[in-house]
Design a protein around this ligand. Sequence first.
Ligand code: ARG
Length: 486
Amino acid sequence: MKMWSGRFREPLDANFEAWQRSFPFDWRLLPQEIEASKAHARLIAAAGVLTENELAVILRGLDAIIPSAMDRATTQNKLAAPTMAASSPAEDVHHFVELELTQQIGELALKLHTGRSRNEQIATDMRLFVRDAIDATLNKLIAWMEALLNQARKAGDAVMPSYTHLQRAEPVLVAHWLLAYVSMIERDCSRFLDARKRLNLCPLGSGAVAGATLKLDRNIAAKALGFDGPTPNSMDATSDRDFALEFTQAASQLGIHISRFAEELTLYSSAEFGFLELPETFSTGSSAMPQKKNPDLTELARGKSGRLLGSAVTLSMLIKGLPLAYNKDLQEGQEPVFDTVDTLEGILRVLPDFTRALKFRFDRMRSASESGFLNAMAAATYLVHKGVPFRKAHEKIGTAVRYCLDKGCELNALTLDELKQFGEEFAQDFFDAITLEATLDCHDVTGGTARHRVREALKDAEARVRQLAKYSTVDLGQKETAHAGA
Ligand code: ARG
């Protein structure tokens, strides 16, 4: 029996019927739909629509749905669940719950839909789903940052070249390079947390578009579901998918960071760079070339990040032309969110362990930092300390570099006499000013690669990540338990 058949004389066209159903994918919202239905039951019980006893029966019936559906096909098992969804007559997850509840408790089940609409239900389910996804993502990002910090600690004072235009630029600490990614991920976390704050309002009680037709205390449902309060406008609440868009956008930006990291490691693992020994446990071979060890993990991470961007674009295109309020187009907004969740889940399940397992070739990184005039800026700065205007110092060092290029040596191989032809300011202390260590340490600013600055930056980053980890297990964790126990 459909949820809306009364007005219709003719049956639906079979192809249309099959095509418009969302249960083949929205079965994933079953846990959220059940929680939201329990909250709604409390809401209408408080309004006098259900007796205490009826409420208890409905709550028990709702709680029995997942275990009984799992008997037939576990919702955790992504292969079995779609089969269940395909064989069920349900139009969508809301219809499924109504059918199942009727099986469990009989006619009383039909009272549950009093004072509500699927429009507010799907908006609520999606908010709950995205909220859970944000919490899970945050936890995984913390694990990834911890793996990067762990590598940064292990790297100690190890040096590598930094690049601009993919040309060797200046030496940096390996830890400094790793901390760059920690900064990116911290911003990602802050975007997810920010989106979470905005989404954490409850649409239940918004009705189909204009608000519930019963006088409901919407705070009851909001509280039961761990929301900060009810949404303030029913038209917005039933048609708003900003929260889903923001989630996919935050995920896109994270995807961009993942992709850049993946690209760098792919490059660094090549023989041309040789900065990195790919962990065998995370690499694959070639069926044709016996010698190969391929960076499939980073390549796939780079590739899959494209899906994350795609989902955000799909959602934007979906929403931008919709008149208020609910339109069935919105049903198409679920799959990009699911795909984002699955894609992130997959990447972030391997990335922290992969990062932890990386073995850097510090010897190769160091020797790459020792040639190619990476100390030229430091050399020019030496002249600046001798009173030479930077523009002139730049010119003098540039000429010295040119001379070295012809001679096939580095700046530190020149004699003082040779140097003097480029400027009389050169003295014996020049050679101490352009060692690898001095070159690092002259970048003595907050955020610079001087060794003591990086040590400080590492400590600061560790403290921030610890703080975030505390927040995510205490605050988010508590909310989750409160919600699950509600
Ligand atoms: N399956 C629908 C969706 O995902 C649920 C809401 C249906 N509402 C309606 N008025 N037909 O959007």
